[in-house]
Structure formats: structure tokens, C-alpha cells
Ligand binder design. Structure first.
Ligand code: C5P
Length: 222
């Protein structure tokens, strides 16, 4: 099995506060992104990892030919970063996994389950059921309450056959659509997308407090 991993890491991380985007902050003495890359390299089926980073950062990373990890320039949106990374490789892969740079705690079992389901179905993502009630708001007024039993929170790694992801990214670009994840776009375009069990520990380091939580998890997890 040949797997390509795409990590969009070109976000500015403005919700986090501070100068350095959250994917480059230190977690247990290493940048978050390095932890994520190393976890993927642990899998021997992962033959290439492409990381989309900002133009400034790209200028400062050393790249050796033949490395399993390659850095490319990202885009203005997450979807553009994924598309640029996807198009930077010419080889054929059985599965392409897309993973947020800021989720260092994905479980190997989750990754395996998403790969297996993507092989069978074409696309798969880990997700967890909602524990909070979710409302829509207008300004600071509550508007509608969504039916929680039909909602899940999407996580990554999201896995696709190369053909499905190519069709999804090409169509989104043609139609000028911006999704916040690729699995959602795939479903919108009529591809079956299997949901596998995610894990609440696989959270996205987003806000300032999240890094302290991540340090606590790391201490217990490894
Ligand atoms: O903004 P959001 O939290 O959805 O970002 C998810 C992932 O997409 C992050 O890893 C972020 O660095 C990445 N991203 C990107 N290019 C952008 C915006 C976000 O690679 N232009």
C-alpha cells in the first residue's frame, strides 16, 4: 500500500494570539508540526508527506532530494493549500490522507480504520458525536437549535483514493467553492464518505489555552 499524507500548515493561526502560528509552537520540546510529521513517518506505508507552509517559512526549510517529507507553498485558504500540495506530486498512490497540522494526537487505530474504509468506499473521515447542544446565532441572539443526534464533529486524518480527492479538489476549484474539510466537499459532490470512530483526544490546537491542555495530554499519552 502506498500512502501520501498532505498536511496543510500554512494557516496564520490568528485565533491563537501571539506571533507564531499554533502548528509551530513547542509541545513537549518539539514544534507541533514536527510531532505530527513524525507520527506519520512511523507508518511504513506512508511513502510521502507533503506539508504546505507559508511562503516565508518555505524559504527557511532545508529540503533534501529523496526525503519522505517535502515542503511546498500553501495558499490563501486551507483548501488551496491542500490542492497545491496534492498537485505537487506526480506519483500514483493508493490512498491520500489529509491531516490538520494542529492535531498531534490522532490514534494509529483511527488512521488505519480511515485507510481501510477509504479503500472500500473511496473516502472516510474520523468524527465524534456532539456532546454540546449546537445553536445557530444571529449576532448575539440565539436563532435555531440543531438536532444534535444528526451532528458529528469532523476530525482528521481524512482518507481518500487519489482519484476521488483529485475529482473533489478539481471540482471545488472549478466551482469556486471553499470547504473547511475535504470530506464535506466529497459528500456534497455525491461521493459516499464513511464515518469512522474518532477520539476526543484528537482535538485541534486552536486557542491559546489549548496548548496547555495538549502538554497535559502529551505527558499522559506517550
Ligand atoms: O483554519 P483551520 O483551523 O481550519 O485550519 C486547519 C489547517 O489548515 C491548519 O493546519 C492550518 O495551518 C491549515 N491552513 C493552511 N492554509 C491556509 C489556512 C489554513 O494550510 N491558508
Amino acid at each position: 500500500m502506498k500512502i501520501l499524507v498532505i498536511i496543510p500548515a500554512a494557516g496564520s493561526g490568528t485565533r491563537f494570539g501571539g506571533e507564531l502560528p499554533k502548528q509551530f509552537q513547542q509541545l513537549g520540546g518539539k514544534p507541533v508540526i514536527q510531532r505530527v510529521i513524525e507520527r506519520f513517518l512511523f507508518h511504513e506505508d506512508v511513502v510521502r508527506v507533503v506539508v504546505a507552509v507559508s511562503e516565508q517559512l518555505l524559504a527557511s526549510v532545508a529540503q533534501a532530494p529523496g526525503d519522505r517529507v517535502r515542503f511546498v507553498r500553501g495558499g490563501d485558504t486551507r483548501q488551496q493549500s491542500v490542492t497545491l500540495a496534492f498537485r505537487s506530486v506526480e506519483e500514483e498512490f493508493d490512498i491520500v490522507a489529509v491531516h490538520d497540522a494542529v492535531r498531534p494526537f490522532f490514534a494509529d487505530a483511527t488512521f488505519r480504520a480511515a485507510i481501510d474504509e477509504a479503500v472500500a468506499t473511496g473516502a472516510a473521515l474520523p468524527a465524534i458525536s456532539m456532546t454540546d447542544t449546537v445553536h445557530t446565532v444571529r449576532g448575539d441572539l440565539l436563532d435555531l437549535t440543531l438536532d444534535r443526534s444528526t451532528l458529528v464533529a469532523a476530525q482528521t486524518p481524512q482518507c481518500f483514493t487519489q482519484k476521488v480527492l483529485r475529482e473533489v479538489l478539481d471540482r471545488a476549484e472549478r466551482e469556486g467553492e471553499q470547504g473547511t474539510d475535504e470530506a464535506g466537499l466529497a459528500a456534497r459532490y455525491g461521493f459516499p464518505v464513511k464515518v469512522v470512530a474518532g477520539d476526543s483526544i484528537n482535538f485541534k490546537i486552536t486557542r491559546a489555552d489549548d496548548l496547555a491542555l495538549a502538554e497535559t495530554i502529551l505527558a499522559r499519552w506517550s
